[in-house]
Design a binder for this molecule. Structure first.
Ligand code: PEP
Ligand code: MG
Length: 537
């Protein structure tokens, strides 16, 4: 048995086989074999790539729907493209390694497609690049999930949202990463999936790979590789106690979240994709307080179309059966990179072109998303929300675009719902000028993850900063109080959708400050409802 620890980010106990994810190094091999052997390696890598893609296709069909999964089918066809295969063969025969040939020929073919006039063909350049990178990645090693048949515990150095999007979520029992922080997206994913998770774990990937059973205690932040009989028994007891506790919370299902003195708060779910809306309903969420819609843009090789986005938003609206749903517009940038958007590399991405800034710069991306949200508003109770606002003019400009979209759609004969327009408060600037913003917005939702990062100048992704990332800091608390006060004065509602919204130590404080909504991982809702219902405030 090997034991270690890390930072617990979601409670629970899991026991199962480990799957280790190693990032692709992308480094070409320094030595290689004769052309015949290299050709053989290339052929094998193509078979492996096809298998990976067909697994991905099945997963994408379940989580994202058939239309989006079709993109993966197109990529599979690329693996049979004779132009590509012959070019690689030629390159290998002149003495290149299989990995270098796969990469170089993919790049040349992609550039050729990108220069064509036909828009459809142009868009295929990204698919070709994606497929050839997959093949050369296999040849360089890493960058893939080798999944067993059943459930598993995922172990990795770190996980980017674009990597986790490929996973069969329902089969992940726990997540353990060597890096990451409590507000990183790995932690957010674990909370959404309602599974135990440890970040900053001192686990060696080789140890995880070589053990038969891995056990994760998300209460204490401990992991055990091949636990001995006594440890295993103790963990199983802990697991059943946690299950019993969860069962007791069922008494709060279907109840309103009202304190003993009559103060009501809406307890909503944070979701990433349409499938999460079902988890929100199953968890008895009173609505969706944050749909992180950038997840619809990740893990693919080109922009989703208006129709694809519309289908996803409509599915969420319908699944939520009339309960309010807040859709945040694309929040790409910083830790959420999308290669096919070809955004410039930045020295300091957290302070760069991200969130609403990208949407205002790239209306070609923003408008189809807004059209999709407005069209889906006919099927439920949707609101739109802009991330990373710092100035009033940004909100005014985004609202003007929304007005144009609304008029355009009505002229085209679409039925639309009301669609209130709100903003996330996650920059100190927005918090300080909340009174001015409140005159222009229909609601506020505080993103405490970023608000903490920007207020304290502490990178939320940097595990090494540990206790410096302090969401309880008096400066963050003062801003939270001020935001609620400004919202109240202007007669709009304010909520909290950052991780702090689920912090039981602060629930009463937030209700007293005047917050009307707390949005969190679906699995936390009943626990918080119990707390609210038992509270005297
Ligand atoms: C936040 O910043 O608190 C938030 C909810 O947004 P995200 O975590 O997606 O940046
Ligand atoms: Mg944020």
């Amino acid at each position: 048995m090997k034991i270690g620890s890390g930072l617990p980010v979601y409670r629970g106990v899991a026991i199962g086989p480990a799957v280790v994810y190693r990032k692709a190094t992308g480094e070409l091999p320094e030595k290689w074999d004769a052309p015949e052997q290299e050709q053989e390696k290339f052929d094998k890598a193509c078979v492996e790539a096809r298998e990976q893609l067909s697994r991905l296709y099945e997963q994408a069909k379940q989580t994202l729907g058939e239309e989006q999964a079709a993109i993966i089918e197109v990529q599979m066809l690329m693996l049979d493209d004779l132009d590509y295969l012959e070019a690689v063969q030629e390159e290998i025969s002149t003495g290149s390694s299989a990995a270098a040939a796969a990469r170089q020929c993919g790049e040349s073919l992609a550039m050729m497609f990108a220069s064509l006039d036909d828009e459809y063909m142009k868009a295929r350049a990204a698919d070709i690049r994606d497929v050839s990178q997959r093949v050369s990645g296999i040849l360089c090693g890493g960058g893939e999930f080798r999944l067993p048949q059943g459930n598993f515990i995922l172990v990795a150095e770190d996980l980017a949202p674009s990597e986790t999007i490929q996973l069969p979520r329902e089969r992940i029992l726990a997540i353990v990463t060597q890096k990451g922080s409590s507000s990183s997206h790995t932690a957010i994913l674990a909370r959404t999936l309602n599974i135990p998770s440890i970040v900053q774990a001192d686990i060696e990937l080789d140890d995880a790979e070589n053990c038969l059973v891995l056990a994760v205690d998300g209460f204490l932040g401990q992991w055990y590789a091949d636990p001995d009989v006594d440890t295993l028994a103790a963990l199983q007891v802990k697991q059943s106690e946690a299950a019993a506790k969860r069962a007791a919370l069922e008494a709060y299902r279907g109840k309103k979240s009202i304190t003993k003195s009559g103060k009501q708060v809406l307890l909503c779910a944070n979701i990433g994709c349409p499938a999460d809306a079902e988890a929100a309903i199953a968890a008895d969420a009173e609505g969706v307080g944050l749909m992180r819609s950038e997840f619809l843009y990740l893990g693919r090789s080109d922009l989703p179309t208006e129709e694809e986005l519309f289908a996803a938003y409509r599915q969420v609206a319908e699944t939520m059966q009339g309960r309010p749903v807040v859709i945040r517009t694309l929040d790409i940038g910083a830790d959420k990179q999308v290669d096919y958007m070809n955004l410039p590399r930045e020295e300091n991405p957290a302070l760069g072109l991200r969130g609403l800034r990208i949407c205002l710069e790239r209306e070609d991306i923003f408008r189809p998303q807004l059209r999709a949200i407005y069209r889906a508003s006919a099927y439920g109770c949707l609101s739109v929300m802009f991330p990373m606002v710092a100035s009033v003019w940004e909100l005014r400009r985004a609202k003007a675009i929304c007005g144009e979209i609304r008029r355009e759609l009505i002229a085209q004969g679409y039925q639309l719902g009301e669609v209130p327009i709100g903003i996330m408060i996650e920059t100190p600037a927005a918090a300080v000028i909340a009174d001015s913003l409140a005159l222009e917005a229909d609601f506020f939702s505080v993103g405490t993850n970023d608000l903490t990062q920007y207020t304290l100048a502490v990178d939320r992704q940097n595990a090494g900063l540990g206790e410096f990332y302090d969401p309880y800091h008096p400066a963050v608390m003062a801003l939270l109080a001020q935001i609620a006060k400004s919202a109240k004065a202007a007669g709009i509602w304010a909520g909290i959708c950052g991780e702090l919204g689920a912090d039981p130590k602060l629930t009463e404080t937030f209700i007293q400050m005047g917050y009307a909504e707390l949005s969190m991982a679906p699995g936390r809702i009943l626990e918080l409802r119990k707390l609210v219902c038992e509270s005297e405030v």
